[in-house]
Write a protein that binds this ligand. Structure first.
Ligand SMILES: Cc1ncc(COP(=O)(O)O)c(C=O)c1O
Length: 394
């Protein structure tokens, strides 16, 4: 069977191989004294809070399961708009909010709406692999620009200016980022957007981890800068609803009808049950629970990162958000006699029964000696992982 060039250009998600191996080993060691600990998972270990669960059950019970409008259930768009006002002090009218099947569908729609075949989109290396594949799916080319710890692993205005050429269409950033948990400094972001605007390009920013921000210096939405910024967000991370497949994006007014047309044809709408349930995310009781969990994520970061550093797994920049630690394993590789982060991940998995994600999928610049730890796991599990890593490396 012949497949499209478009499909063939999408690289495999290599971390899934590691995840599969970890699952297989987990079954083998399930009954042992040291069962597998999963620090490779990029999703919260919490589930939706009670009011959200009840709202979902109510929607099903009431038969409220028909399609919604393609742009999303109106009252949900209003609630998201209120959330921007309350949390960020930014006025984002509901008419510019498009509810989607996760940030993934939003990214897909945005790329289809904006990218022509052959267009280039600038992104930092390292960055979340699927984001460059949304660009490829729209027949554009993601251009990865190596970043440094001093840049918080984010693009700078200077680098964007230097990389811009006639084929460049814009930038796709993520702040806070996966895999580094680091954000773009607000002034730098303003400068980047300035360079993009000068060239008539687009600034797409994936703010899926924005709710999980631990540092006031960074926790502001890019929508505060300009209405022309396109922001992607989701109920997956801060709202702990990964499998509910619900997200949204905020687009400039002119883009709404284009995205609506695409969404009508490609998806019809996001899950109605999830949309009705998500309304309850914004109740005071739910927000209080989310904030308690955010504090828990921060406490895990504050415990885990110094422990990694002490083990010789240097984390060059303290993450200011999300639930990841991007750690340099070069010296640990030497110690274990392995060749790079891919082998390191397998070695740690086999010998310590701790699953981690090698850097490979996230780019090419330094990823062969970086691994990503996820701290979306209980404090007890993180402590146990540290004890096992100490046994291996200490
Ligand atoms: C940076 C980033 N963007 C987008 C996504 C996709 O999220 P969603 O579940 O909302 O589709 C993820 C998921 O891990 C992510 O890390």
């Amino acid at each position: 069977m012949k497949f499209s060039t478009r499909a063939e250009r999408i690289e495999p998600f290599y971390v899934m191989e590691v995840a599969k191996a970890a699952q297989a080993l987990a079954r083998e060691v399930a009954g042992s004294s040291d069962p597998m600990i999963f620090l490779n998972i990029g999703e919260p270990d919490f589930t939706a809070p009670p009011l959200v669960q009840e709202a979902a059950a109510r929607a099903v019970r009431d038969g409220a399961t028909q399609y919604t409008q393609s742009l999303g259930h109106e009252p949900l768009r209003e609630r998201i708009s209120d959330w921007y006002q309350q949390r960020f002090g930014v006025n984002v009218p509901a008419r510019r909010i498009v509810v989607t099947a996760g940030a993934s569908a939003a990214l897909h729609l945005a790329c289809l709406a904006l990218i022509e075949a052959g267009d280039e989109v600038l992104m930092p290396d390292p960055s979340y692999p699927c984001n460059r594949h949304f660009v490829s799916a729209a027949e554009g080319n993601a251009v990865l620009i190596p970043t440094t710890a001093a840049e918080r692993y984010q693009l700078s205005a200077d680098k964007v200016r230097a990389a811009w050429n006639p084929r460049t269409r814009g930038v796709l950033l993520a702040s806070p980022s996966n895999p580094t948990g680091t954000s773009i400094a607000p002034d730098e972001l303003r400068r980047i957007h300035g360079v993009v605007q000068e060239h008539g390009g687009i600034t797409l920013i994936d703010e899926i981890y924005l709710g999980l921000s631990y540092d006031d210096a960074f926790g502001q939405t890019a929508l505060a800068i300009d209405d022309n910024v396109i922001s992607i967000n989701s109920f997956s991370k801060y709202f702990n609803m990964t499998g509910w497949r619900l997200g949204w994006m905020v687009v400039p007014d002119a883009m709404v009808p284009v995205v609506e047309r695409l969404a009508q044809n490609l998806f019809i709408c996001a899950s109605t049950v999830s949309q009705l349930a998500a309304m309850a995310c914004f109740e005071a009781e739910s927000i209080a629970e989310y904030e308690r969990r955010r504090a828990e994520f921060k406490a895990r970061r504050d415990y885990f990162i110094p422990e990694l550093q002490a083990l010789g797994l240097a984390v060059p920049v303290m993450p200011d958000g999300a639930f990841y630690a991007w750690a340099d394993c070069a010296s640990a590789c030497k110690q274990l006699g392995v060749q790079g982060s891919w082998d390191f991940a397998y070695e740690v998995m086999r010998r310590a029964h701790v699953a981690v994600t090698p850097g490979r999928d996230f780019g090419t610049a330094e990823t062969h000696h970086f691994v990503r730890f996820s701290t979306a796991n209980s404090m007890a599990q993180l402590q146990e992982s540290v004890a096992r890593l100490r046994g291996l490396l200490g």
